[in-house]
Design a protein around this ligand. Structure first.
Ligand code: HPA
Ligand code: ZN
Length: 326
């Protein structure tokens, strides 16, 4: 059978997905119109023209301003519901999705509007097509630890709707250690922990080491640079830490998919998973990432199945629910 069909048909979980990174240009125009916002671009084509990135910073400079169209709870609802609809069609059964509350509260949108909209979409998508979804609150690492802590406090009334916390945005000069107190508090409040250790960042290995040894993360987002340090590879293996790799995203922010690194780690028995990161910007949803890696580096059916199974093994599903997928 057709490979694309095979990959779409594999039950998969998605573990590295930024909800704000699912904002397709068509929806951006609809929300702008609904909220009376004038956009600098006039057509979908013009919006896509701005999607030229050469590193993480140039991506983030396009990514954050685009979010201004998200204002009302129903805007956040529509964003998440459209993503969950696509994910379902792509064979995703379970998704653990990042959101960046500070990108919205920082411009005056109430925390409650953000999480209320996302939550209602999760409930509706589960009811309509059985997909399960959890939220991971990400702190913006290029802002202060105090602001992150205040955001964590704001999230506590909604703790039942949030499975874990993460760390994203610009990594340069913003090490995991900067947020040690925030993550320690988050752990005490019952949240699971993950952090971006982005591709080829300055001090990449030291940041990964801090995330693993000082913060005690439960997962690593990207984290592919462990290949440069045997000790880190062994640490990740010993702790059973999942890596949420994003091949197509890598090709945008580093001009390389990092396929040798990703497949090398998989073949060494690490809990490697494939994910889409910001699919509206990188033009590839989950199955497309499996197919892109297969096309670029060649993956036999066994490895594709292994990657799909890993996506559940590395998830934060409870053992009882996990059983149903393995
Ligand atoms: N890294 C850092 N920040 C981000 C990313 C990423 O992959 N995607 C969206 N925000
Ligand atoms: Zn990411």
């Amino acid at each position: 059978p057709d490979l694309a069909e095979f990959v779409r048909g594999l039950p998969k979980a998605e573990l590295h997905l930024h909800l704000e990174g699912t904002l397709e240009p068509e929806l951006k125009f609809r929300l702008a119109e609904r909220n009376g916002i004038r956009l600098p671009e006039r057509t979908v084509e013009e919006v896509r023209q701005t999607y030229r990135f050469h590193d993480l910073t140039s991506f983030l400079r396009v990514y954050y301003p685009a979010m201004q169209v998200l204002q009302q709870p129903r805007d956040f609802h529509d964003l998440a519901f459209e993503y969950l609809t696509r994910a379902h069609a792509d064979g995703i059964r379970h998704v653990e999705m990042f959101f960046d509350p500070q990108a919205h509260t920082g411009r005056g949108v109430p925390f409650e509007s953000v999480i209320g909209g996302y939550r209602s979409a999760i409930v509706q998508a589960h009811r309509e097509f059985g997909i399960s979804a959890e939220l991971i609150l990400c702190f913006l690492r290029d802002h202060s630890a105090e602001y992150a802590m205040a955001t964590l406090m704001e999230a506590l009334p909604y703790r039942d709707w949030i499975i874990g916390v993460g760390l994203d945005s610009d990594e340069r000069g913003n090490p995991p250690r900067k947020f040690a107190a925030v993550f320690e508090r988050a752990r005490r409040e019952g949240f699971l922990l993950t952090m971006h250790c982005d591709i080829d960042q300055p001090d990449s290995r030291e940041h990964i080491r801090q995330a693993l040894e000082e913060i005690g993360v439960d997962r690593l987002d990207h984290g592919t640079n462990i290949v440069e340090d045997e000790r880190l590879v062994e640490l990740v293996r010993a702790k059973g830490i999942g890596l949420t790799c994003c091949p197509v995203s890598n090709s945008f922010v580093t001009a390389q998919m990092k396929s040798d690194e990703i497949i090398g780690l998989l073949d060494r028995g690490l809990l490697v998973t494939l994910n889409s990161d910001d699919p509206a910007y990188f033009g590839a949803y989950a199955a497309d990432n499996y197919l892109a890696l297969e096309k670029h580096a060649g993956l036999d059916a066994d490895r594709l199945v292994e990657l799909a199974r890993n996506s559940f093994r590395a998830s934060w599903l409870t053992p009882a629910r996990l059983d149903g997928y393995l």
